[in-house]
Design a protein around this ligand. Structure first.
Ligand code: 5GP
Ligand code: ZN
Length: 349
């Protein structure tokens, strides 16, 4: 555990809304509602413990999206709360020796006169506040803006516009996520293509969270800069097509154990992917997805993979040093890679 904890890590798949600390949720609920039974009920609806058994602990993906609604409701009146949640999320990742963190979030208009621009401003203030209060922190934080597939094309256009016009070095790309049972990728495909070509915005696309090979094959054919998840297939040929595509993958083990249908620990396509890493050049790293909701840390994700798939710390370092080539802030690649490789070399000396 100690070696994985100390390993300099990259975290590329972290939704701010799902990273909220439990203590912060409790405070926000308290502000709204002081009835202890109501607090317990809301809290229970916001928590999944991946270590618990399937029967008592897990929620399916639709239930998870209900939890996001609860969290969005708790953060819907005062936009300054996004500054706090962002700062706390960075503190938690920095404490876990994450050296490069790409956060992602869906711009929302909060409060009466709020705008999406305000929302992004308050999230970025959270990053700046973090650096101000931790001037010696080595963590590099960057931000992706999310297109929520559940929302309209107009909303997607606005988010793309924000990502390429908002004046900040922190915004480095975009995410496509939201409830995969809603809003097909094909509806957004042309907008995403335009954003990538015209505005040079790299995209990470949530893919293969539910059984839908047609959509997976469509996403693969558009060759996004990265994808997240890739766990569900109707046919093995679709999985093989993905492996052949060599599109860099953000793996989220806890999240998948909690939300995907009928997968047990150790039964995850990561086993297959890890075997092919050297052979066919798959690029991967492990991520929390929603560290608050799934009660996990990046170190926990590596521990789980070490246990379930018998991989060594050196192998994880190599996996991460390779994946560092696909972070969206290209200027940070060399620095991040060299820190990881230095750590790997220190293990054998
Ligand atoms: P936010 O964008 O509010 O910062 O973070 C929460 C949002 O991220 C959710 O409402 C949802 O749209 C998206 N999200 C978080 N986790 C997942 C996930 O596991 N799968 C998908 N498809 N979307 C997610
Ligand atoms: Zn996600």
């Amino acid at each position: 555990r100690d070696q994985l904890f100390k390993m300099p890590k990259i975290e590329l798949h972290a939704h701010i809304g799902g990273s909220i600390r439990e203590s912060t949720i409790i405070e926000l609920i308290n502000k709204k509602n002081k009835d202890p039974e109501a607090i317990k009920q809301i809290l229970d609806s916001c928590r999944i413990d991946p270590k618990q058994s399937k029967e008592v602990g897990r929620r399916n993906l639709n239930e998870c999206f209900k939890m996001f609604e609860v969290i969005h409701d708790l953060t819907s009146t005062d936009v300054t709360v996004m500054t706090r949640i962002t700062k706390e999320t960075i503190e938690d990742y920095a404490d876990d020796n994450v050296i490069y963190l790409e956060l992602r979030t869906t711009p929302r208009a909060i409060g009466q006169n709020g705008s999406k621009y305000d929302y992004v401003t308050h999230v970025i203030k959270g990053i700046e506040d973090y650096y101000q209060s931790h001037p010696d922190s080595p963590i590099i934080v960057r931000l992706l803006l999310t297109i929520d597939r559940q929302k309209s094309l107009q909303e997607a256009k606005e988010n793309i516009e924000l990502a390429h016009t908002y004046p900040s070095k922190y915004i480095v790309g975009m995410d496509f996520s939201g409830n995969p049972f809603k809003g097909p990728f094909s509806n957004f495909q042309h907008l995403i293509k335009e954003a990538r070509e015209k505005h040079k915005l790299p995209f990470s696309i949530h893919m293969g969270e539910v059984l839908n090979d047609d959509e997976v094959l469509l996403i693969i054919s558009t060759k996004p800069e990265r994808v997240g998840h890739a766990v569900c297939w109707q046919s093995e040929s679709t999985r093989d097509e993905f492996i052949r595509s060599q599109i860099p993958l953000e793996v989220c083990l806890s999240s998948n154990h909690c939300t995907t249908t009928s997968r047990e620990e150790g039964d995850h396509p990561f086993a297959e992917y890890a075997k092919t890493t050297n052979r066919s050049g798959m690029h991967m790293c492990l991520n929390c997805d929603d560290k608050g909701i799934f009660q996990t840390t990046t170190t926990d994700e590596y521990l789980m993979a070490a246990d379930d798939f018998s991989l060594s710390v050196e192998e994880f370092c190599e996996m991460q040093a390779d994946m560092a080539n696909y972070i969206f802030d290209k200027e940070s690649i060399e620095g991040v890679r060299s820190q990881i490789i230095k750590y790997r070399d220190s293990l054998s000396s």
